[in-house]
Design a protein around this ligand. Structure first.
Ligand SMILES: Nc1ncnc2c1ncn2[C@@H]1O[C@H](COP(=O)(O)OP(=O)(O)OP(=O)(O)O)[C@@H](O)[C@H]1O
Length: 609
């Protein structure tokens, strides 16, 4: 059974989800990303602070206007000489405040978008360099949700977050203005603080958990959905439709319930915030009335304080209503940063330059996550420049052995080493190499080759970045991909999803051509020619045979004609090697291989050889 089939059957457990960064680590990562853009940080901060001061100046000036008008009425003097400069100042403050506030928002949005782009790139980079088994265990759904939905949630929240930061600055400047007006009036304002603090203290910790849960449930839902779509063939084949529908429904319901819990908690929080505003304004009016009556402050001071407080409703209301978005963005950001902070695995040793290599497997045992051992101690040497076919019944462990030999995942026990074909003293353990170094030494083509969306040139250059058109054409000719010359736009033909439709055999052909271009000393082919009709498979086999010449190769052979062409054949049964030798020897020995060969020839599938 292939790994993909297993994934659909068991689903990936939530324990295997990729890490989520703590609030502190998330803030530190965002801070570091922001510091890399000092000009944007400086321009948005300066514009926000000066814009807030200008905005707050208006109510203060209006308070002065009230005092000026009252004084002029009292003294029956001309009001205009004192009033005119104040009116000009109000107009200037309004214009400067509006311009700088919108500039601050624009700069902060640019800053947020740059940080989001930077983090997205890092998540994609880490996902691509992640050890394949980490990715497989987490499930592609988890990674794709982080790169798409979570980044989207954060990017969409950037304008809100910018407005929130701006509002926080406005609130800070307002508090200073309050204190400058009259400390006692400021005290009235502070009656709201305990209400805010208490409700925030009860809401914030709950909200962080609720929103993290909501994101996590959304991720699980995407993963289950993706698995259902990717594994639809398996779902149909095993009649698992109803089971899988139940799984999707359960995941959706859990997601909805988590979202509703978060919304309910927020509604309760919003109610307390409204009550706090009413309490604060009432306290200010009463306090102002008493102070004016005692002749301790002017009517203009109380007017300015009341206007300031009223003006705060906007920023405070925004802080209140956007808490929801900010919490959700913070939860999404924690999941993005969780992956972005992962250390990409790096080689523990300097990879040796090997032109030929012997593959040495020692004491290989392997159990998948379910703990069931499927390989039971395999010792095997594939001498440099020779090929080994691996055959056996379905489930014998061929794919597992090939994946371990190719370093796709490490065995539960044992080692896979490459020994220099010219100098046996030079040797490297695959477990010590990162994916980049590993793939320069061991090439892998499996049955499921992917053609990336883009031009044929770009697809081939993945194997050899910077290769010229002549090199690419030569590689296509050498691997016999003559059909590529007939493509409508040659190397410019767009292939992959949505592009020129290639047959499965042509896709495999391209995978083999990429391997040719990469030119590793060791290759592992896992049923690389199975995706074709008999004649197509024979063509691909010929390509593979030519590709293997001079290299060390491990070939999981679906078609026994391919096994026959290899130097030696390993027959496996129940995770153990049972026969090893050349085709003729094994046929003569009359064992399991001879039986497989008889069945194969009797089926007439060798007719094309
Ligand atoms: N991802 C996985 N998780 C758990 N068990 C797995 C996984 N992949 C394979 N197995 C199990 O390991 C055993 C060996 O499977 P493997 O795919 O290596 O055999 P195979 O000989 O290549 O079979 P086939 O020819 O059908 O591909 C089987 O019992 C299979 O069910």
């Amino acid at each position: 059974m292939s790994a993909r089939e297993q994934d659909v059957g068991t689903g990936s457990s939530r324990d295997h989800q990729l890490p989520v960064a703590s609030g502190r680590d998330t803030a530190a990562a965002v801070g570091r990303a922001a510091l890399a853009l000092p000009r944007l940080v400086a321009s948005s901060t300066v514009a926000a602070v000066v814009g807030s001061i200008a905005t707050i100046a208006t109510p203060v000036l209006l308070g002065r206007i009230v005092d000026v008008v009252l004084a002029a009425v009292d003294r029956r003097t001309d009001v205009w000489p004192a009033l005119t400069p104040l009116l000009v100042a109000v107009a200037a403050a309004v214009v400067v405040g509006a311009v700088l506030t919108s500039l601050a928002l624009r700069e902060a949005e640019r800053l947020g978008a740059s940080i989001a782009a930077d983090l997205r790139e890092r998540v994609v980079d880490r996902s691509l360099r992640m050890a394949p088994q980490t990715l497989e265990r987490a499930g592609v759904g988890d990674v794709s949700t982080r790169v798409t939905e979570d980044v989207e949630v954060f990017t969409r929240s950037v304008p809100t977050i910018s407005a929130v930061i701006n509002s926080l600055i406005t609130v800070g400047v307002s508090v200073v203005a309050f204190a400058a007006l009259d400390g006692r009036l400021a005290l009235a304002f502070f009656t709201v603080v305990p209400v805010y603090v208490l409700s925030l203290r009860s809401y914030l910790p709950r909200a962080a958990v609720l929103y993290a849960e909501e994101r996590s449930r959304a991720s699980t839902r995407s993963r289950v959905l993706l698995e259902s779509v990717h594994g639809s063939r398996t779902v149909h084949a095993y009649g698992m439709g109803e089971l899988q529908t139940d799984r999707v429904r359960e995941a959706s319901e859990a997601g909805l319930a988590a979202a509703l819990r978060a919304r309910r908690a927020f509604a309760g929080f919003a109610w307390t915030m409204n009550a706090a505003e009413a309490v604060g304004l009432s306290a200010l009016v009463v306090c102002g009335f008493l102070l004016v009556r005692a002749d301790l402050v002017s009517v203009g001071d109380v007017t300015a304080a009341a206007l300031l407080f009223h003006r705060l409703f906007g920023p405070l209301g925004l802080l209140l209503t956007s808490f929801d978005d900010v919490q959700r963005a913070a939860a999404a950001l924690g999941r993005i940063v969780g992956v972005a902070r992962m250390d990409p695995p790096t080689s523990r040793v300097r990879p040796p330059r090997l032109s030929t290599a012997t593959v040495r497997l020692t004491g290989i045992r392997h159990a998948y996550d379910d703990g069931h051992e499927v390989l039971h101690g395999i010792d095997l040497v594939v001498p440099a420049g020779t090929s080994l076919a691996v055959v056996g019944e379905s489930g014998a462990g061929k794919t597992t052995l090939a994946a371990i030999a190719a370093g796709v995942f490490p065995p539960s026990a044992g080692t896979v080493e490459l020994v220099d074909g010219d100098d046996p003293g030079i040797c490297v353990d695959l477990a010590d190499l990162d994916q980049v170094d590993l793939r320069s030494l061991v090439g892998l083509v499996s049955q499921e080759s992917h053609v990336f969306a883009g031009t044929l040139r770009a697809d081939l250059q993945l194997a050899k970045p910077g290769a010229t058109d002549e090199e690419l054409q030569a590689a296509l000719d050498s691997t016999g991909a003559t059909w590529a010359r007939a493509l409508p736009d040659g190397l410019d033909t767009v292939v992959g999803a949505g592009g020129y439709p290639l047959t499965p055999a042509q896709e495999q052909h391209l995978a083999l051509t990429r391997l040719y271009l990469r030119n590793p000393p060791v290759v592992v082919l896992d049923e690389a020619t199975a995706e074709a009709s008999s004649a197509g498979a024979r063509d691909l086999e010929r390509v593979a045979e030519e590709l293997l010449a001079g290299r060390t190769a491990v070939v999981v052979a679906h078609r026994l004609t391919q096994a026959r062409a290899c130097d030696r054949i390993l027959v496996m049964a129940d995770g153990r090697p049972v026969e090893l030798g050349h085709h003729d020897e094994l046929v003569a020995a009359g064992g399991m291989y001879a039986r497989l060969w008889r069945t194969w020839t009797a089926s007439g599938r060798d007719a094309t050889t």
